[in-house]
Design a protein around this ligand. Structure first.
Ligand code: BTN
Length: 253
């Protein structure tokens, strides 16, 4: 159960909590289709039977242990070609929440995972709803691993596993909603360039030489130099500039 947020003016003023559902992103989309979507609406649950991850992945989370929410945001002020700014804003807000508990060792892994050291602590799934060729709404699905202590993907961890402490989910929810609103408003006010600078500053492997695996199986050594506003990752390898979309590249540790 989550209470609506007291310190925000958009995000989480209306919170719909379902003890269990298939996917909060899907429920949020159903509200939009039914004409009941409003800016800042939050769908929250304790358990998803068909939690959606990036690509064809599932997002599996033990009942009542983690933060599972979808936030509906009006993104009609953003051009479709600039949609990745919303990903940046969402990552920066979660980064700020997690740094609060975990310190500075928290990084954004392109495009929008949040890592502590080599462990994934949060996944984000953004679904954009277009009206013709313009953005209308975005459904921001956020899964933060909070109190769960065992994960089958070994690269996952929770706040509790890292700090040894148990956390009230309402507290994490409040902070997440407040930070999301803060960065959303910065974007709405046109602070695109400073948001991008902050995103790059906190990006894992930014301007460091590392290996990356391409879909062809080939490995390249290169350096992340930028991220396009459409979301493509730019890697410089020798004198060659590569541009990769999601799932066209894998980070090799
Ligand atoms: C990923 O890293 O693969 C993205 C995971 C996103 C999970 C969240 S949990 C809340 C929302 N509802 C969903 O079905 N997925 C997102």
């Amino acid at each position: 159960m989550y209470k609506s947020l007291a310190k925000t003016s958009i995000v989480g003023k209306k919170v719909i909590f379902m003890p269990s559902c298939h996917s909060t992103n899907d429920i949020c989309a159903e509200f939009v289709t039914a004409g009941q979507g409003e800016n800042g609406l939050v769908i929250a649950t304790d358990y998803q039977t068909n939690g959606r991850g990036q690509g064809a992945n599932l997002w599996v989370s033990d009942k009542g242990e983690n933060l599972i929410i979808s936030v509906l945001l009006d993104t009609s002020f953003l051009a479709v070609s600039q949609q990745f700014y919303l990903n940046m804003v969402v990552c920066l807000s979660i980064l700020e929440v997690l740094k609060n508990f975990l310190g500075e060792n928290v990084k954004i892994k392109w495009p929008n995972d949040i890592y502590y050291s080599d462990k994934k602590v949060c996944g984000v799934l953004i679904q954009n709803i277009l009206k013709g060729t313009s953005m209308e709404y975005s459904i921001v699905g956020i899964g933060i691993n909070v109190n769960q202590v065992e994960f089958s993907p070994e690269n996952a961890a929770s706040l509790r596993m890292i700090t040894g402490k148990w956390y009230e989910l309402q507290t994490i929810f409040e902070l997440t909603g407040e930070k999301l609103e803060k960065y959303y408003l910065l974007l709405k006010d046109g602070n695109n360039e400073s948001l991008k600078r902050l995103y790059l500053k906190n990006l894992l492997w930014y301007q460091e030489a590392h290996n990356f695996a391409l879909k062809s199986g080939e490995e390249i050594k290169g350096m992340i130099t930028d991220v396009e506003e459409s979301g493509r990752l730019i890697i410089k390898s020798g004198e060659v500039i590569h541009r990769f979309g999601y799932q066209e590249i894998r980070f090799v540790r």
